[in-house]
Design a protein around this ligand. Sequence first.
Ligand SMILES: Cc1cc2nc3c(=O)[nH]c(=O)nc-3n(C[C@H](O)[C@H](O)[C@H](O)COP(=O)(O)OP(=O)(O)OC[C@H]3O[C@@H](n4cnc5c(N)ncnc54)[C@H](O)[C@@H]3O)c2cc1C
Length: 247
Amino acid sequence: MARMMRDRLFGKYAMEATITVAEQVTPTMRRIRLETDRPVAFPFTPGQHVRIQLKDPLSVSGILRPGETLRTYTIWDLDAARQAIELRVHLYSGDGIGLRWARAARPGERVTFWWPQGDFFTRDADFHVFIGDETASAAFGPMIRALTGASGVFGVLESETPEHDLPMPGQARLRRVHRRGAPATSSPVLLAAVAELDLPGNAGAAYVAGEAMTCRLVRDFLVRERNWPRTSIKVKPFWTPGKRGLH
Ligand SMILES: Cc1cc2nc3c(=O)[nH]c(=O)nc-3n(C[C@H](O)[C@H](O)[C@H](O)COP(=O)(O)OP(=O)(O)OC[C@H]3O[C@@H](n4cnc5c(N)ncnc54)[C@H](O)[C@@H]3O)c2cc1C
């Protein structure tokens, strides 16, 4: 019975793939390309994520410890033939099953992933504002690439030092700031840069991701100090100290 349920869920929502590229794009950002066994048939909007299966969530040990089964990464790119996805995984200093997987990933290894969920994608707006850390940059890349038309792109991206900046698509006017040892949690560096942001008003769409407490402070700043309507700001906490596997 459990096996039947597992097979049905798996067939509907999961895919098998082989890692074909695993390399550094910055000292702490890993590019991982997964080639799928069959074309990806699921609907996809840039900004959505997959969940990499590190232990079968429907196995006995997976059911006993569900927090140690899946980890969430944004689809950086889905190729035109829909037979490969790329991820950008931040190698932070710490420990977690996702981090261990990304660090050790090598071409030839098999991976199971669970297909996109999430509503972290862009909406129509006069201009767009992207604010976040390295993990957020991995989501903003595909969102910015998908923007069409003349709408402006603004924002602040934080990383450790300039050599840790993830290259972003297009001509996005994104300011880069660097922690240089300062905390990414309630990030003073990112908040100071957001306070200096020169925006064409409050009628745009803002996207805030990364560490949860920083996200909340950024949103509060935009609402209280810049009069942004809360509904114009999409906030997606990606991680926070002590919590495992946010999704
Ligand atoms: C919708 C969504 C999309 C995401 N997309 C991406 C993406 O494209 N690329 C990407 O790199 N990450 C992305 N993340 C973040 C990623 O899922 C988390 O960093 C995740 O916790 C990593 O799993 P782990 O097993 O390494 O650590 P966990 O077991 O989840 O956590 C272990 C410890 O490490 C800490 N930790 C986790 N992540 C970080 C970090 N970045 N910096 C410092 N400490 C950390 C935790 O707070 C915890 O204390 C996304 C998250 C969400 C919710």
